[in-house]
Ligand binder design. Structure first.
Ligand SMILES: Cc1ncc(COP(=O)(O)O)c(C=O)c1O
Length: 400
């Protein structure tokens, strides 16, 4: 199937888009070569700045072209690029779109690595950064200055799972001539296509749902052809290329995205419902619940949901720790989006260096637990969670 397969269903694109058949192969072989024979056509491609000319694997490879084409098809984007990690995609994008004297509006609720880039590295290069409220598009609008170039959001934030009104944000960006960039990692293209809602650039950490098996790190940028070409040009010199072997694994993972995501979504919704009725639980955050403050926005912008879930256990951080360490099926680890369920307590992982009062202010209150629900049997996951909640209860009783 060609890259020009816009009329096909999502599942068909996931399986077939971008694949390169060699000698009748049913999958793209791994092209373990750092360089390719140069021909007049390739020299011309380079000279014309055509970034899909495969000549050297730090620039692009057959395998990186395959996954880039697949992601472009899944996001409905004009073009896409693949990177060695999500952070390589984010840093290369921002270092392309912003120069000294420019201004970006982002949110403190973004991924920690992105936050460090925005607050430590960009200001050192003379780029101004204003933090606004992801839940309040008007706060982004109010932050616009004469030198603002980029509006940056995430579809759903970590770990408090706030949902961005992508349509409202894209409209603000377009009205004010800003480049809109969204990190769609937490939701995946199966549930949300921000380009359809007016975004210029969509970023993914391919390490999560797209790879889907916790066996690789990768990143993507997809969107407007002119912008992706500029970002590609920077990538050549910053060097965050994706190697062919990793791209092979990524392609394999992406081929089943549409088969995995419904299970992530239904398992997490079921667990959220059961947690809501449990007496050891103070609060559950999941976009399928009417109690989620962004329930209506989520229905519009990420209608199929995702596997991300958070809850607050009674008894504070020590109870959360007891819960987590009593689990046997669910794995204590950072990251998300793999077939296996993962759990972490932000207070001792992603938010370890955030001062306690700032953490609490951001909604990461004592007892906060974040889970990436995988595709195991939901009753086995629930038994594991019940075991953890029982252990936390025993801790509370022993303290009383
Ligand atoms: C929302 C989000 N964006 C970007 C990243 C960075 O991705 P990577 O670890 O692949 O560099 C992460 C990593 O957890 C993330 O959660």
């Amino acid at each position: 199937m060609d890259a020009d397969d816009t009329d096909k269903e999502f599942a068909t694109k996931a399986v077939h888009s971008g694949m390169v058949e060699i000698e009748g192969s049913a999958t793209t072989p791994i092209f373990m070569t750092s360089t390719y024979r140069l021909t007049d056509e390739k020299y011309k491609g380079w000279a014309d700045g055509l970034h899909h000319t495969v000549a050297y694997s730090r620039i692009s490879s057959i395998n990186s072209e395959v996954v880039a084409a697949k992601l472009a098809a899944l996001e409905g984007a004009e073009d896409a690029e693949v990177f060695a990690s999500g952070m390589a995609a984010i840093s290369t994008t921002l270092l392309t779109l912003l120069s000294k004297g420019d201004h970006i509006i982002a949110t403190p609720d973004c991924y920690g690595g992105t936050y460090a880039l925005l607050t430590e590295i960009l200001p050192r290069l003379g780029i101004e950064v204003t933090m606004a409220d992801i839940r309040d598009p008007s706060s982004y609008e109010q932050a616009i200055q004469d030198n603002t170039k980029v509006l940056y959001v995430e579809t759903m934030t970590n770990p408090t799972l706030k949902v961005c009104d992508l349509e409202a944000m894209a409209e603000i960006a377009s009205k004010n001539d800003l480049i809109s960039v969204v990190d769609n990692t937490f939701v995946s293209p199966w549930s949300s296509n921000p380009i359809e809602m007016g975004f210029d650039i969509v970023i993914h950490s391919g390490t999560k749902y797209l790879g889907g098996h916790a066996d690789l790190t990768a990143g993507f940028v997809a969107g407007r052809k002119d912008l992706v070409a500029e970002i590609f040009h920077t990538k050549i010199y910053l060097g965050g290329a994706a190697d062919p072997h990793m791209c092979y694994l990524l392609e394999r993972g992406m081929r089943t995205l549409h088969a995995r995501m419904p299970i992530h979504a239904s398992n997490s919704a079921e667990i959220a419902k059961r947690l809501e009725g449990h007496d050891m639980v103070e609060k559950v955050i999941h976009t399928s619940l009417h109690s989620h403050p962004d329930f209506e926005i989520a229905n519009r912008t990420m209608p199929r949901g995702s596997g991300m879930l958070a809850f607050v256990i009674k008894g504070g951080d020590s109870a959360a720790l007891k819960f987590m360490r009593s689990l046997e099926v669910i794995f204590e680890a950072t990251s998300l989006g793999g077939v296996e369920s993962l759990v972490e307590c932000p207070f001792n992982s992603s938010h370890m260096f955030v001062p306690e009062e700032v953490r609490h202010e951001a909604g990461v209150v004592p007892g906060f637990v974040r889970m990436s629900i995988g595709i195991e049997g939901v009753d086995d996951l629930w038994s594991d969670i019940e075991r953890g909640l029982d252990a936390a209860r025993e801790l509370l009783v022993s303290r009383a």
